[in-house]
Design a protein around this ligand. Structure first.
Ligand code: BGC
Length: 772
């Protein structure tokens, strides 16, 4: 046979096989609507097979939580073959995914494909900045693109589903997981949630079937970011007002953007663990919001209801979780053991199991897994995609956009009236100090399960690209002193100062000292809460020692959370917030330091003056005694430090300056339902082209519930050439002007509103209007 005939014969036999398949397994008929295909499949399923779909096992490699001793690898394989596993997580690479998928599809009775989940939190192997840093870009297009890069790589290694985005609003820098979210604000957080969901999944549900999209997961539902005292997994006790107005909106936005899955959370809410919480999962998510995807538990959170004291044993935990709407059990090893019996004994209605299974199958059908279970298992594509040039360019772009310039005080080293930054490109002696400057691992940040160690471009490497200056590196002091036996956890906080002298020597003879200090990438993230927000180890001492010999310091911060650095904020002339920026860290930092990229980031979370101010956030409520009008002590304040943050939400400088003028509102009084159109002229009044995030805040003067002193309700990122002026128009509608009452009803109340427009939450031009 010639090649053409071979191809034609091949196509015919494929068609014949798929027709035969469709006859034998009618749910494989692509032409039928998904709901009908689900009906056809579910009719054939035994109770045990249905429960199997609700069971998720960790792969045999990565562990992101305590492992139940009952479920060993051998048993997991057996369950896989029995068709008792619907999903696996943290299986990585085409070869490994193919191996487990093959068992599910080819060795089980019904051949239902697995859905493979993974924590693709800020990229798979080519890493973007940590999510908190990305949020600092306020650039929704860039954030969406970054999620697309992550989906591209993840889908190329067999992954169908990411456990992200994390949309937890948090007010507490002590909580290690602030690095995973979009910061402290529900409005910004909602926009970021939409960008990430559509970046992972595509813009429509049909896009899920594409080769380079993956299902997203809004987590952790709900209120996990309000763990008391910032201690991970701790008790949450919040008001309804906070729940409805601050916690739920980003989840709601994700649901409206079509997110296909939710993950519940480890915490209790009103005494009920989220995993066993019908109010959250059934009444709000699946009821009010009409969510038709599925809910996965967090790691072992079904079993943890026993430790919470909410279930007496595994059977009761299972019963409560399923009744409350937790559709899939991640690694508790409970549904698979208990659920069929609970149904048989009448303690759980089979209809609830059917509903959960239908939701899970729906997402599998939408992903196209029944049509081609190996759609993400192409080794050639895997090779071509991972670490591609385009993906590296994508994460570099995101990294530059995530950097926030916190301080750049006028300095004799800068141009007239300007700060040290941007650095001059030639003729300078630069001392680069700090172990983190020469670290290729830490910049990858937390949640980087699949990336290889030491694959980030270090700041040293980035700065070495600029050859016009004389660059000398000295670490000064280490940050890490070794590893523990358990999962290679790093041990931090060396006390060794033996490198100080060498560092002081190079600093003393330099024109400019660049110091890279802060937290290691693994000092934030899950389980990594802190009670101090200082520079860990001897870094603060190092900073002060260097300052004594040369005060021309540019401090480049690496951190996964806000740090409280009052001494640095006062003494150090230039401070750059560089978070953990991922694979391209060094290139991004160097391009910003040298002015090839003018920083434009704005903080998505407040930086306190000291840890005692936590929780601190811009959209707080007024007390009855907000100011010291009478000059006495009886007003809401601290006696030892100002109550304002060191660096507020929305704050971030540029190498240029922006002037705001002509704030206008189209009318002074509005009827409900009318749009309030706000405009302002913004001029680039400095010496560089630049970008500015124009922010609109409102305050509802008097309402049936006290409203925050300020609330972000609009923003726009604009490009302005040096000397250019643009008029920016932002619109407020009922969607922005109302709020939720304590029963979750949305109210738009008449009254007067103040507005403020500017480049930060702490100051701007002010005006007001009335809603009749
Ligand atoms: C985390 C989740 C994560 C899961 C799977 C849990 O410990 O809370 O955010 O998706 O592990 O790794």
């Amino acid at each position: 046979m010639n090649t053409n005939k071979l191809i034609i014969a091949g196509i015919f036999s494929l068609i014949t096989i798929s027709t035969m398949n469709a006859q034998k397994k009618p749910h494989l008929d692509k032409k039928k609507p998904i709901e009908e295909r689900i009906d056809l499949l579910m009719k054939q399923m035994t109770l045990e097979e249905k429960v199997g779909q609700m069971n998720q096992y960790n792969g045999f490699w990565e562990v992101t939580g305590p492992v139940p001793k009952e479920g060993n690898a051998e048993l997991k394989y057996k369950h896989l073959r029995d068709g008792w596993v619907g999903s696996m997580l943290s299986v990585r690479g085409v070869k490994e995914v193919k191996a487990v998928q093959k068992i599910a599809v080819e060795e089980t009775r019904l051949g239902i494909p697995l859905i493979i989940g993974f924590d693709v939190i800020h990229g798979y192997k080519t890493l973007s900045p940590i999510p908190l840093a990305e949020a600092a870009s306020w650039d929704m297009e860039a954030i969406k693109k970054s999620a697309q890069v992550a989906a591209d790589e993840a889908s190329a290694v067999g992954i169908n589903w990411t456990f992200g985005p994390n949309v937890d609003v948090s007010h507490d820098a002590r909580w290690g997981r602030v690095m995973e979210g979009a910061g402290e604000d529900a409005y910004l957080g909602s926009k970021v949630a939409i960008a990430r969901v559509t970046g992972f999944q595509g813009d429509t549900r049909a896009d899920l079937a594409k080769i380079n999209t993956i299902a997203a997961c809004a987590k952790h539902f709900a209120a996990y970011g309000f763990a008391e005292a910032g201690r991970d997994y701790n008790t949450v006790d919040i008001s309804n007002s906070r729940l409805y107005n601050e916690v739920l909106p980003p989840f709601h936005a994700a649901a409206e953007a079509g997110v296909r899955t939710f993950m519940n959370s480890f915490n209790i809410l009103n005494g009920i663990p989220a995993t066993g919480n019908s109010f959250l999962q059934r009444d709000i998510l699946k009821g009010k919001w009409n969510f038709d995807g599925f809910v996965v538990s967090d790691w072992a959170s079904v079993r943890e209801m026993i430790a919470h004291g909410f279930a007496k044993d595994g059977a009761e935990a299972t019963q409560k979780a399923v009744i409350a709407g937790s559709d899939m059990d991640m690694e508790s090893y409970l549904y698979v053991v208990e659920l069929a019996n609970l149904v048989k004994s009448g303690k759980v209605k089979e209809a609830l199991v059917d509903d959960a299974v239908r939701r899970i199958l729906r997402v599998k059908f939408e992903l196209g897994l029944f049509d081609d279970p190996y759609k993400n298992c192409d080794e050639k594509r895997e090779k071509a995609t991972i670490g591609s040039k385009a993906n590296n360019a994508g994460v570099l772009d995101m990294a530059k956009k995530s950097i926030v310039l916190l301080k750049n005080a006028p300095s004799p080293l800068g141009r007239a009236g300007e700060g040290i930054l941007p650095l001059q490109k030639s003729g300078q002696k630069i001392a680069l100090i700090g172990a983190l400057a020469n670290d290729k691992n830490s910049p990858l940040g937390s949640w980087r399960i699949a990336s290889d160690d030491n694959t980030a471009v270090s700041v040293l490497e980035g700065m070495q690209q600029y050859k016009g200056n004389q660059l000398t590196f000295e670490k000064g002091a280490d940050l890490t002193v070794g590893k523990t036996a358990f999962v290679d956890e790093l041990v931090f906080n060396t006390t060794d100062k033996s490198g100080f002298d060498a560092a002081k020597k190079v600093a003393a003879s330099a024109d400019v000292v660049v110091m890279v200090l802060g937290e290691h990438g693994f000092q934030s993230g899950e389980g990594r809460s802190r009670t101090n927000l200082d520079l860990p180890g001897v870094q603060q001492e190092l900073l002060e020692e260097i300052y004594k010999v040369n005060s021309n310091i540019v401090l480049v911060l690496n951190n996964g959370r806000p740090l409280a650095l009052p001494w640095a904020a006062t003494h150090i002339p230039a401070i750059v917030e560089a978070w953990h920026l991922g694979t391209q860290t060094g290139n991004a930092v160097a391009q910003v330091l040298y002015g090839d990229y003018n920083p434009s980031g704005k903080l998505p979370i407040s930086f306190p003056r000291n840890v005692g101010q936590c929780p601190i956030y811009y959209n707080n409520y007024s007390t009855g005694r907000p100011t010291n009008g009478e000059g006495n002590v009886f007003w809401s304040h601290y006696t030892d430090v100002e109550k304002t943050p060191q660096f507020p939400f929305g704050f971030g400088l540029s190498y240029t300056t922006f002037d705001y003028k002509n704030l206008k509102i189209n009318k002074t009084a509005f009827a409900k339902g009318e749009s309030v159109v706000v405009s302002v002229d913004v001029t680039n009044s400095g010496n560089y082209d630049g970008k500015e995030v124009v922010q609109l805040y409102i305050h509802d003067d008097a309402a049936s519930l006290a409203r925050p002193v300020k609330e972000l309700k609009g923003f726009e990122l604009i490009n302005l050439k040096k000397g250019e002026t643009k008029t920016v128009t932002l619109t407020l509608t009922d969607k922005e002007l109302g709020f939720y009452d304590n029963d979750g009803n949305y109210l738009v109340e008449p009254g007067t509103f103040k507005i403020m427009v500017g480049g930060s939450s702490d100051k701007g031009l002010e005006s007001g209007f009335e809603l009749k």
